[in-house]
Design a protein around this ligand. Structure first.
Ligand SMILES: *Cc1c(COP(=O)(O)O)cnc(C)c1O
Ligand code: SF4
Length: 386
């Protein structure tokens, strides 16, 4: 079994398809076909130049980003780019820039220390009760800030049946594991029957409570979420999904439709968002994203501080920016719209929540608190009664 990605060169129709509004073109059928979208991803400077006026920094960035985490943009995701704006938040995520090749102090190849917590290739076991399974290195679109750029985007074949067998035996032998998070790369890049093979095996392990899928495909390739996929997933419940979103403009009608199908299949949907300079670091933008997510039936789960991965210095903000975003959300909008802001501790300490401080002091029998408006309240702890 191999990946569904075809290595055929893009069709010469690509530019025409991209320039025409999909609804107006008679290529709607193709446009809605996820395999067509993958086959026609924009991967070369020459193609991209015919579609958009590139900045010198982008041209140089694309020239240099060969091999690992090479540029690949689905026509669908490309259609969300504002072609007249070099600072378009969608564009910055998808098109490499020269800054990717400068290294800042404290940059690391594997900032979250995943390789040190790996009992076998493709498996990270950091927390006692859950494991992270890296099942493929392929994604529909390569995010320029990817935290796993050390291992993502070469589009190697996904984890083989033989390798998976070893992983399966490991999980089966450790009764403390109750949660498997399947990620990569992107597990929805596998053929449906291939993914099913793995889900079915995992589901046969009686001590597993939940199976989670970490994916960005519903955002970069929403047509991948088809009836066949959701019908398959719902056979292996409880299946949860964490979907990686970065900007409110990503929540299109296609994405809402994909999320609706997943939610209708009984899959609880959570979001994960990396805090990115110039993309979503304004509280107003993040709030709009959280509201769009709730409308799309996705519960905001995490905002991540951008990991100190080599080549992502230009995307990073101070931690205080994330804390301020939470400050501007909590109390000011539905609690469901407030995710947890976390820093994945460099060196492998796992995710550490960071939040504004609402507890002002803690004394015997009394705590002093402040609310979202900055008003001070006392709570007395003389709970003895009588
Ligand atoms: C993020 C992560 C998990 C899942 O963490 P939750 O907080 O339960 O979502 C598990 N393992 C690793 C290695 C992770 O990085
Ligand atoms: S979808 Fe995730 S794994 Fe893939 S390139 Fe983006 S951040 Fe990296």
């Amino acid at each position: 079994m191999e990946l569904s990605i075809s290595s055929e060169p893009p069709s010469s129709n690509l530019a025409r398809n991209l320039l025409a509004e999909p609804e107006e073109s008679n290529h709607l059928q193709e446009w809605k076909d996820w395999k067509w979208q993958l086959k026609n991803r924009i991967t070369t400077l020459e193609e991209l130049k015919t579609l958009i006026a590139l900045t010198p920094s982008e041209e140089e960035g694309i020239k240099r980003s060969n091999g690992r985490l090479a540029m690949a943009i689905t026509p669908y995701f490309f259609s969300l780019i504002d072609k007249t704006n070099p600072n378009c938040p969608i564009r910055k995520q998808a098109i490499p820039r020269i800054e990717e090749f400068s290294i800042s102090t404290h940059d690391m190849i594997d900032p979250c220390g995943e390789d040190n917590h790996s009992p076998m290739p493709g498996l990270v076991h950091r927390y006692p009760d859950r494991v992270l399974l890296l099942i493929t290195d392929a994604c529909a679109m390569y995010c320029r800030y990817c935290t796993r750029r050390r291992m993502v985007g070469e589009e190697m074949p996904p984890m083989s049946i033989e390798r998976f067998e070893e992983t399966y035996k490991y999980i089966k032998s450790k009764r403390s594991i109750r949660d498997v998070l399947i990620s990569g790369g992107d597990p929805l890049m596998l053929k449906t029957e291939h993914l099913e093979y793995y889900l079915k095996k995992l589901r046969s392990i009686s001590h597993l409570d939940i199976i989670r899928l970490g994916t960005r495909v519903p955002v970069t390739l929403p047509m991948r979420v088809d009836k066949e996929l959701v019908e398959m997933l719902k056979k292996y419940h409880p299946v949860y999904m964490s979907i990686h979103f970065s900007h409110p403009r990503e929540v299109t009608s296609d994405v809402r439709e994909a999320c609706g199908m997943l939610a209708d299949a009984g899959i609880p949907l959570g979001s994960q968002t990396v805090l990115l300079k110039g993309i979503n670091d304004k509280p107003s933008v993040m709030k709009r994203l959280m509201h769009e997510l709730l409308r799309a039936r996705v519960r905001p789960y995490y905002i991540y501080q951008c990991d100190p991965v080599t080549g992502t210095g230009h995307f990073r903000t101070p931690v205080s920016v994330g804390i301020n975003i939470i400050e501007k959300l909590r109390g000011h909008t539905s609690g469901y719209a407030v995710p947890t802001f976390v820093v994945d501790a460099p060196g492998g300490g796992g995710k550490i929540p960071v939040s504004p401080t609402y507890l002002i002091s803690q004394a015997k029998d009394k705590v002093v608190l402040r609310n979202y408006q900055g008003n001070i309240f006392e709570y007395f702890e003389n709970c003895s009664g009588g």
